[in-house]
Design a protein around this ligand. Sequence first.
Ligand code: ASP
Length: 342
Amino acid sequence: MEKSISILIIYTGGTIGMVNDPVTGALVPIDFRHISGQVPELRRFGFNLESVTFDPVIDSSDVSPETWIRIADTISDNYDHFDGFVVLHGTDTMAYSASALSFMLSGLEKPVIFTGAQLPIGVLRTDGKENLITAIEIAAARENELPLVPEVCIYFENKLLRGNRTIKFSAEHFNAFSSPNLPPLAEAGLQIRYNRNLIRYPTVRRPLTVSAKFDTGVAVLRLFPGIGHSVVSAVLKTKELHGLILETYGTGNAPTLDWFLDEIRSFIAEGGIVLNVTQCPAGAVEMGLYETSAGLRAAGVISGKDITTEAAVTKMMILLGSSLPKVKVETLLSKPLSGEMS
Ligand code: ASP
């Protein structure tokens, strides 16, 4: 008899898992061990569904590298026993967590699908049921006995997006996430249509390993017209700051003022790393296209191309935490490690 597909649901917290307490009326987390009671449709899959719930569950604003390590360890400890993983997570920082996991899990050959909801699963108009049901279906999808999507992804409101390409762009709509620089890996309509040519499949088989060292000496500096010297200087002189994500204009442009470039130059000369990421949700940094980015390039700033800030922050933390020499970290920042840039 064919072995049934096993999926592990990891509930970290967030709106999706909330129901109204019948006595107090307050929103409280549901017990995912009884998820089929809340979402009876799940029984019809015939899959073996098991769950792990974080204790305590956390709003995703409290997510930190420790949370990512817990999620990664849960996946790694259960890797051989399950065909796929569904991570239920608050939407606010889901794009950071999915990005982090994509860099932490090397040799991943099974689906890790993040999802959540804008309205709790216990609310009549919830978007959580559809998100959960389809995320499970995608985590279980196989072709020629191999997983169809062996990647870290976010499934939300009909679209499967590569996790490290995704941003949360709406605080209001069910359609809350987008992947401006990469089309969806799948779209769910009457059928789930997979874009197989975009999905990354392993080329060499390696055992799963988890990178769990982070250096949080990272900052994001978003430029704006009129930004003051003292502000830039205060950020760059922060103790223990090793990496800066510079959110620039358009294709990677920044002020040409001497004091600005001097600050950047001395940060880099003292061992710091600066990654240029565009403030525009879509498109890429092209340093040297305009005079206003040529100075950054000459100062030793690295192009983040079309990486999201979420992926840039997590990639920087992991690479800085890896104890690799600075030149190696710079080389790895400038090329895709997990499909995060074109
Ligand atoms: N604040 C919540 C969180 O991110 C919102 C949500 O669950 O979507 O945890």
